[in-house]
Design a protein around this ligand. Structure first.
Ligand code: FPP
Length: 251
């Protein structure tokens, strides 16, 4: 007998019921480097196409009425990459934010950011602040971009903030509940992802939304992020819709 420890999602595209969409989809943008390498291109070329794919998928998520999309764009560990690769990703983020500032009001798309943003350069910090200010006036689809984000760092940051409030006397350690702890996370006020999509073939969470993905349904595919398409998104949503979410209970 062959034991299957983890079955990757795949197969034929199912039918998506657009009246039963997940509220929140999270995506690990993975496979840019390999996509470029397979074409004899520098890794940075993969990130450029990956940024285009992100535009297409984010716009489509808005069009179908998704409430929340969260993407892992740059992790706390990604600083270890070659300097030119890190610089390219920062330039792509800058370009995206500049464009967003021009279009988000028209498109009614809110942009939020999760991660330790203090490490970003001043230009990016200012753009993030501008996007946040515009988003405060909007009500539409919320796109969360995780930059300099790590799930463990987020939990440590939340624990520190809670401890500071305890010292200040506004809360007591014994008052802490899951609901209260969530208010200290970068994702405060955002419902947990229903569906986590990981393109790129890896079978791990890579320090992404460790708390928030406790009950997320996973969709893992070998398709590399630059090749990810609306059809692939449909497959992921159809797979999600075929699952029986029990949250530890029995049906
Ligand atoms: C992972 O692929 C991808 C990244 C670390 C960077 C993702 C960044 C972008 C797509 C550009 C900017 C983003 C936005 C939201 C505008 P990888 O390089 O680890 O791929 P590999 O596993 O094939 O090496």
């Amino acid at each position: 007998m062959k034991l299957v420890f983890w079955k990757k999602s795949g197969g034929a595209a199912g039918q998506v019921d657009f009246n039963r969409l997940p509220r929140h989809i999270a995506i690990i943008l993975d496979g840019n480097g390999r996509w470029a390498k397979r074409r004899g291109l520098p890794r940075t070329a993969g990130h450029k196409v990956g940024a285009e794919t992100f535009r297409t998928i984010a716009t489509y998520c808005r069009d179908i009425g998704l409430e929340y999309l969260t993407v892992y764009a740059f992790s706390t560990e990604n600083w270890k990459r070659p300097k030119d690769e890190v610089e390219t990703i920062m330039v792509l983020l800058k370009r995206y934010l500049l464009e967003a500032i021009e279009t988000m009001e028209r498109d009614n798309v809110r942009l939020r950011f999760m991660g330790d943003l203090l490490a970003l350069n001043d230009e990016l910090k200012a753009l993030v602040a501008e996007c946040n200010a515009i988003s405060d006036r909007l009500t539409g689809c919320q796109c969360n971009i995780c930059i300099n984000y790590g799930g463990r760092a987020e939990l440590v940051h939340a624990a520190q903030s809670f401890a500071e409030d305890c010292i200040a006397g506004s809360v007591k350690p014994g008052d802490l509940t899951e609901d209260i702890f969530e208010k200290y996370l970068y994702s405060a006020g955002i419902p947990s992802p229903d569906l986590l999509i990981r393109p790129g073939g890896e079978l791990r969470l890579s320090n992404f939304l460790l708390w928030q993905c406790a009950y997320a349904e996973f969709y893992l595919t070998d398709v590399l992020w630059p090749d990810f398409s609306k059809e692939e998104l449909h497959k992921a949503i159809a797979a999600y819709q075929s699952r029986n979410r029990r949250y530890g209970a029995v049906t």
